[in-house]
Ligand binder design. Structure first.
Ligand code: ADP
Ligand code: MG
Length: 762
């Protein structure tokens, strides 16, 4: 199975997306077609070999659409150069800008005419209704002739895409938004032209000489304006990703031999020694080789404070070197860099579909045909029922106005844009703040979370414990021997506790002994043999916890490990970690949202409770073996809770995967954490609450959008059909339908853009 992503050309509306999805899904060899209106991209899953681009374009060309395959990213293992995202993004933007300019030119031509006609129309209506308003100072015949000429130009030149919609409908039965506007305006134009040019037909029908040229002009003018404004706002929704792409450096200075040469970014290789001068952007990922500096990582991690880095520290491509010059060894280039992966992740997420969108998609798929049927029905009802109750000419005129009005006011666009535009802005906003959301589904679930479970070590605490106490249990061993034995075994372990013990031994300049048969037991401890004696460093058993010395240390929030030789406990080592400075704030903001906060740890109850209390966490689940963490999450879910699990993503992967939303804290440069729905960069746990705020805000905007788009159509269509007339004697002129339709999709996109200014809080 292969998947390919394409840019879609000629897609204007939700109904277009629905048509393209339908046509592509029917093609043999295509398993799934995902067409996204907001990103204007299509993702195809092929069951076997990919169908050729030509075949796809031949199929879609009939309906006026086209596909352009996006260059596939090079395979991860190949040291292939990055696809030039910057150039691609610039090209895409340029194309869109040109399209926008063409649209603008049309609007600038059509709108003044439409506005002028609109004013005259209103004047005419006022003159007919109020005797105090004088008649138009233009002879009716002349006005009609000018209107006819302008309307003809509008329908056939400016409104050509709408006519194209009719051609497509006739040829293939697929109707889009454009078809609706096309049929609406063409009907109004056709009727008016016949009335004007063929008085005998008019006499036959006994209708007045009232024409709808003005309506045609104004509707096309306003609909175009709406489309233009919508396209312009839609471009703004993608600004976050453009900003990220803009972070990439264009070139790098590498040291080759004794030379320093500037090479394009794509030519930087793994292992290259890269030179960075003050104020420059760091081109790729790596580790500092020589020198030190303060680096502004805010654009990538959302961390506002510059980070001091010295030799050996990792640097991230796309961040800015403040002072100090240094060289670093490139470790990741091209598509493997953190920034490239962030961009890929955000792009993917922005194009994904939220479950809430399903309903809108289903409506959009049947929307246009349903509106066509409704419009025809309206016309028929006015001509039959209406004509039986009033004179024929009025009924005919209402029938036409009603039909045109329905076709013009109905707007599947608003429905289609409601969800994806908010998703794009929401996910983009997250990325700018170091909150990477995997897909729209995760965002939707995140908004419903009522419980956050934090892993203790490295999430609530800094994860860098330090040794505080050494306590031999009898007189046969002294502190240093104890530490030497422990550190020797621990030197083979990666555990934070192990690192702390080794660091303490190093600080005391204690030599490490040779260890054989090393073994690490996750969540328990380590063991090995030194000089033929078995040594264990392990957590105290349940019966040992009550020993006064151990209990005493644990009460102080310290983690105690026991050193055992040949099965006999020789002594205790106590270590203490500190809670992250922002932990209390983070917990407080979650509580303020009504979210329950739980701390999960393998550590013993007393030590864990001490840490939890400092952070303001009210519930602790202690002494959980690593492999049990997922089961604990399941228990919480069984109580009906929506659980987010926040952990480091490596040790906690199973729990993260099982939780409704897994939140991985990426402290290093590992950001593509498989099991996580959300990855927080920079290790600041306040972002947990921020990400929930963002998710809730995004879902609120989506619901508002869907509500208004839906209500708009539900109310607008009957109004345009003339539902008010029998009760109030008011008939909505199709011109107002045009204005309403223009503002509906614009307001949806504008509402989504509002998310950009959401305050995520502390
Ligand atoms: P946490 O949930 O805090 O990350 P772990 O599950 O990693 O804790 O470990 C639980 C307990 O197991 C630790 O508190 C410690 O007592 C013991 N332990 C685990 N690994 C080691 C080790 N390498 N050395 C000593 N003790 C260890
Ligand atoms: Mg752990």
């Amino acid at each position: 199975m292969t998947t390919k992503t394409y840019a879609v050309k000629g897609m204007h509306c939700a109904s277009c997306a629905a048509i393209i999805t339908k046509k592509l899904s029917k093609v043999e060899g295509i398993g799934k077609a995902d067409v996204n209106l907001a990103t204007e991209k299509a993702k195809l899953e092929f069951t076997g070999e990919a169908v050729t681009d030509e075949a796809l374009n031949e199929l879609l060309g009939k309906y006026g659409y086209g596909l352009v395959a996006e260059e596939p990213p090079p395979a991860a293992e190949a040291a292939a150069p990055a696809i030039d995202r910057k150039a691609a993004a610039e090209k895409a933007r340029q194309e869109k800008e040109e399209e926008l300019l063409a649209q603008k030119a049309k609007v600038e031509f059509a709108l003044p005419i439409a506005l002028m006609v609109f004013v005259l129309m209103m004047w005419d209506i006022a003159a007919r209704s109020f005797s105090s308003v004088p008649n138009l100072p233009i002879p009716m015949e002349l006005f009609n002739l000018i209107s006819m000429a302008l309307a003809t130009w509008m329908v056939f030149r400016i409104g050509a895409p709408f006519l194209h919609g009719i051609v497509m409908f006739v040829r293939s039965g697929a109707a889009s938004m454009d078809t609706l506007i096309g049929i609406g305006t063409l009907t109004a134009w056709l009727y008016s032209t016949i009335i004007t040019l063929m008085p005998e037909v008019r006499a036959l029908l006994r209708v007045p000489d009232y024409t709808y040229f003005d309506t045609t002009i104004v509707v096309i003018g306003f609909v175009l304006l709406g489309k233009y404004l919508e396209a312009r706002s839609k471009m703004k929704t993608g600004e976050a990703i453009e900003k990220l792409i803009g972070l990439q450096a264009k070139s790098a200075i590498v040291r080759r031999g004794s030379m320093e040469i500037e090479v394009p970014l794509e030519q930087v290789r793994k292992g290259d020694l890269v030179v960075v001068r003050p104020g420059e952007r760091i081109p790729v990922d790596g580790a500092i080789f020589e020198g030190n500096s303060s680096i502004d990582e805010s654009m990538v991690t959302g961390e506002p404070v510059p980070v001091d880095k010295k030799s050996g520290d990792p640097v991230i491509g796309g961040t800015i070197n403040r002072q100090g010059a240094f060289t670093f060894t490139a470790s990741r280039v091209g598509e493997e860099t953190v920034l490239a992966r962030i961009i890929a992740m955000v792009e993917e997420a922005q194009g994904s579909k939220a479950p809430i969108q399903n309903i809108a998609d289903r409506i959009a798929a049947i929307f246009v045909p349903a509106v066509l049927v409704l419009a025809a029905l309206t016309f028929i009802v006015w001509l039959t029922v209406g004509a039986a109750l009033m004179d024929f000419s009025t009924a005919l005129s209402f029938g036409i106005m009603g039909m045109v009005g329905i076709l013009v006011i109905a707007c599947p666009c608003a429905l289609g844009l409601a969800t994806p535009t908010a998703i794009i802005v929401g996910i983009g906003k997250g990325a700018e703040n170091g909150i990477l959301i995997r897909n729209a589904q995760s965002l939707e679930t995140l908004s419903t979370v009522d419980t956050v479970v934090f892993d203790k070590t490295g999430t609530i605490t800094a994860g860098t414990p330090s040794l505080t106490d050494i306590a031999p249990l009898d007189n046969s061993t002294d502190d240093d021997t104890l530490l030497q034995l422990a550190a020797s075994v621990e030197s083979r372990s990666e555990h934070p506790l192990a690192q702390a013990i080794v660091a303490a031994a190093k600080a005391k300049k204690i030599d490490l002994l040779e260890v054989t048969g090393f073994e690490a037991k996750e969540g328990v401890g380590v063991q090995g043999a030194i000089e033929g004696k078995s040594i264990k460093v392990r957590k105290p058993g349940p019966e040992e916890n009550s020993r006064t010395k151990i209990g005493e240390l644990q009460q102080q929030g310290k983690t105690v490990v026991v050193l055992e030789s040949e099965g006999a406990a020789l002594g205790l080592i106590a270590l203490s970690d500190t809670i992250k400075p922002e932990a209390t704030d983070a917990v407080r903001s979650l509580h303020a949202k009504g979210v329950k906060v739980i701390m999960l740890t393998g550590d013993n109850r007393a030590a864990a409770a001490y840490m939890a209390k400092q952070a303001g966490i009210d519930e602790v689940i202690p002494e959980v073996m690593p492999q049990e963490k997922a089961a604990r999450i399941k228990e919480l879910q069984a109580q009906g809770r929506k659980v987010a699990m926040a952990g480091d993503g490596i040790n906690d992967a199973p729990a993260l995967a099982l939780a409704d939303v897994g939140i991985a804290m990426a402290t290093g440069t590992d950001i593509a954490i498989e099991s996580a729905g959300v990855t927080l960069l920079g290790g600041d746990i306040r972002k947990v609450a921020q990400s929930i705020t963002l998710a809730k805000a995004t879902m609120r905007v989506i619901r508002q959008n869907l509500f208004w788009a839906f209500i708009y159509n539900v109310i607008g269509i009957p109004l345009a059909a003339g539902a008010l007339y029998p009760f109030f004697g008011i008939f909505l002129n199709p011109v107002f339908s045009g204005i309403a339709m223009a503002s509906s999709s614009v307001s949806v996109v504008t509402n989504s853009l509002r998310l950009k200014t959401t305050r995520l809080g502390g």
